[in-house]
Design a protein around this ligand. Structure first.
Ligand code: ADP
Ligand code: MG
Length: 368
């Protein structure tokens, strides 16, 4: 006799991929399973149920989640990353330098460029269920691996308590930048949003979280934010090439340091680097710019449809689900799996060039 389980009660307004792909049959099969760290399907789905506006609606508690709950994760991953065939081919990682021209040679539109990858240490639970003891161990291992890092990455680790920036500060930074007032760039590592809160990621905040920042402020590692590591390269220019090349050099150094201590990044051949949110799988790379587009702000439909075609994600000034302040958009690649890191970078470059063209076209139309 098959026992029919109570299906999770997604609020009617839920549009998440988890709701779309979780069938009663899959649910019945997975609901009693647990990973070795004790992570369950109910925990994976909690954030998406509590937040009907979730886009994805499911988090992984550890590497094993992608094996044990594969029948729900895989269709979601396929849809989000726009993969046409079945996900079986090994994920290609290509951490080689790029050489692209400046997409904004007049320095008129791009305010800053930020490229990051997410990484988790294999063998440790991910942030939704990590214990405080393991979180501390992860932090210590990362700090150690950054201790004697070579130039130009030399810097300092700041525990998060002393190092928080709120959205208002970021907006004020952008306003000052607009007036050409020179300000020091700050990290924007802050407590996770309500999606992350429901997923358990904010537990014990802000203990054992922190930011390693290079002396020149162009390289950062966020420790124990949504993933164990966010390795970030950032600059107040549109020089995508420099920002990308600096990042891949840093990733290589960190990976080697960890390897020398028998520590590895969590990885699955078909899904690439494993992350807490399935939107980050694959390269785990977000390559983005903060870009000022006053004309396209007034013609949001043009921007939205261009972004879709160009495989870009458009977000508010302070990231996911935030407002656009002073016409500054955050534009980045939306797909991370099924593409190499170089392709993520090229998608951003081509997309930004096209969007600048559209902005100029509107300027000409209205200021002839
Ligand atoms: P993700 O976790 O996907 O990297 P988040 O929105 O969670 O993105 O965090 C990114 C943070 O970095 C946000 O506070 C955002 O405002 C900031 N940020 C994103 N892109 C840029 C950029 N090009 N320049 C400066 N800051 C940026
Ligand atoms: Mg984030």
């Amino acid at each position: 006799m098959t026992f029919v389980q109570t299906f999770p009660s997604f609020p009617a307004s839920t549009r998440s991929l988890a709701k779309k792909y979780l069938t009663q049959e899959i649910y019945n099969r997975l609901i009693h399973l647990k990973t070795q760290n004790g992570f369950t399907l109910s925990e994976a789905l909690r954030s998406g149920i509590e937040n009907p506006d979730s886009l994805i609606g499911i988090y992984a508690g550890d590497e094993e989640s992608y094996y044990v709950f594969d029948s729900v994760f895989y269709p979601i991953v396929k849809k989000y990353h726009k993969i046409k065939s079945t996900i079986s081919a090994p994920m290609k990682s290509n951490l080689c330098t790029v050489d692209l021209p400046d997409p904004d040679p007049e320095h008129k539109y791009i305010i800053s460029t930020r490229i990051r990858v997410a990484r988790n240490l294999a063998g440790f639970p991910f942030t939704p269920i990590i214990s405080s003891n393991d979180r501390r161990k992860v932090e210590n291992q990362i700090i150690e691996s950054l201790q004697n890092i070579e130039p130009p990455f030399i810097g300092k680790y700041n525990p998060i308590k002393k190092y928080e920036i709120c959205d208002e500060e970021l907006v004020s930074y952008i306003n000052k930048k607009k007036q050409n007032i020179e300000v020091k760039f700050k990290s924007s590592f802050r407590k996770g949003d309500r999606f992350q809160e429901s997923a358990g990621i904010n537990r014990d905040w802000p203990d054992n979280r922190g930011v390693f920042e290079s002396n020149d402020k162009k390289f950062m590692v966020w420790v124990n934010e949504e993933d164990h590591l966010r390795i970030i390269s950032i600059d107040q220019t549109g020089n995508i090439t420099e920002v990308f090349n600096r990042l891949i050099k840093a990733i290589d150094i960190i990976q080697k340091k960890l390897k020398s201590k028998q520590l590895y990044f969590a990885w699955k051949d078909d899904l690439g680097y494993l992350t807490a949110c399935p939107s980050n799988l694959g390269t785990a790379m977000r390559a983005g710019v903060h870009i000022k587009l006053p004309q396209l702000l007034k013609h949001n439909d043009i921007l939205e449809s261009a972004a879709k075609k160009l495989k870009l994600q458009i977000r508010g000034t302070c990231g996911e689900k935030t407002k656009v302040e002073a016409a500054v958009f955050d534009i980045s690649n939306s797909q991370r799996l099924g593409v190499t890191e170089q392709q993520c970078c090229k998608i951003l470059y081509d997309g930004v060039c096209r969007i600048i063209e559209l902005e100029k076209h509107l300027e000409r139309r209205y200021f002839k």
